[in-house]
Design a protein around this ligand. Sequence first.
Ligand code: 5AD
Ligand code: SF4
Length: 471
Amino acid sequence: MRIEELTEAQRQYYYIEQCHQWVAGREKALGRPLTAAVITFGCQMNARDSEKLTGILEKIGYHMVDSESADFVIYNTCTVRENANMRVYGRLGHMKQVKRKNPDMFIALCGCMMQEPEVVEKLKKSYRHVDLIFGTHNIFKFAELIYRRIHEEKMVIDIWKDTDQIVEDLPNDRKYPFKTGINIMFGCNNFCSYCIVPYVRGRERSRQPEDILREIESVVADGVVEVMLLGQNVNSYGKNLEEPLSFAELLRKICRIDGLLRVRFMTSHPKDLSDELIQVMAEETKICRHLHLPLQSGSTEILDKMNRRYTKESYLRLVDKLRAACPDISITTDIIVGFPGETEDDFLETMDVVRKVRYDSAYTFIYSKRTGTPAAVMENQVPETVVKDRFNRLLEEVQTIAADVCSRFEGSIQDVLVEEVNHQDPELVTGRMSSNIVVHFKGDASLIGKIVPVKLTSCRNFYYIGEPVQA
Ligand code: 5AD
Ligand code: SF4
């Protein structure tokens, strides 16, 4: 068959094989194995993409290590806040010296930050030691791009503005054998006014339900018991499919898969969280008792400027409905402090929601101006000292409430999925409850990947110490 007649996945396997031969040749010449490292910044979507990058590197023949002095180092970047970008530049500066010692090494960059033209210009000008740059839409081409870098012997850049392509069936290497993320959709159409994601991740695209179910069935056959369904806004899953299917309907189908024990998902947008979904969550016992429901702000006026399309009151009503349907549910959130025009009164509205909802945990962020987003040019940007003061007050409130909320399970018996042997005390294992709360208890590595009933004997702020209950 000619290469033009292959499917995209087959083409990529062809390049994987070509690169594999090159790696084998290099290893022979050097008399040692070639190593590679994937360094991940940002969210769960990036973590999942990094598993795909790792899978391809392994198939090519690289030995994965945890060190930035590897023969191939790739940074999977995030650009949601400015400080994420600064960290990448810092690391790249340091890599100049590392590459001086190993001039044949490859340094690659991918992920959201690469979708910003100014970033790529800066890299071309001031970071000439970078070998390969690609973006969020063509990560499936990783092997082909490595092949090009090997043969062209100069910096390779391949950034796509957008895509409607979803390439299935490429290799990937799961970080944990018993749990994994599963992409159900890509991109975002919401254009919250502070957020750069819709510009760097492109328009919303849902995967076909059959492809999702097939992938989950195959990972379950391979030992996975918990999946995290991933998308920027999972609640709008399926709206643009030729045969539309709601997220709630997809969840029901996933819960029917034998051998799968737990289902999580993220992220939910409050504006799209339907009654149908709440009902499915209440009925399906495999769905974990945890919902991440980003608030961003408690002020209806600020929410409007953020283009979030819900109000303080409708958000609180949603939380009430959820709690009525799933009484024990853990709710977590994201909050931004210092959005342009935020007054002390607006901030107090946020504090009010925090006190009313009583989150299990909240990720709190200082607003970061992202060039190209509508909020970047809004008037009344809030002075840094005011923002810092609000941020500290919010953090304290969130932490005090979280410690109190977390203790509600004390004395009860809960199912814990064991994830690892405890790093500090090898007599203990560490796992997570359905609500995502961490539990440590006596056990050994044979329990990893198993669900164990555990009596929660004492709560230490955000986690529990427990005792396994004999079944
Ligand atoms: N500044 C600060 N936080 C932001 N987030 C998204 N964009 C920005 C920004 N410009 C936060 C939101 C989102 C989380 C992933 O990151 O809270 O939910
Ligand atoms: Fe950004 Fe809003 Fe889309 Fe989330 S829903 S990725 S905050 S634009």
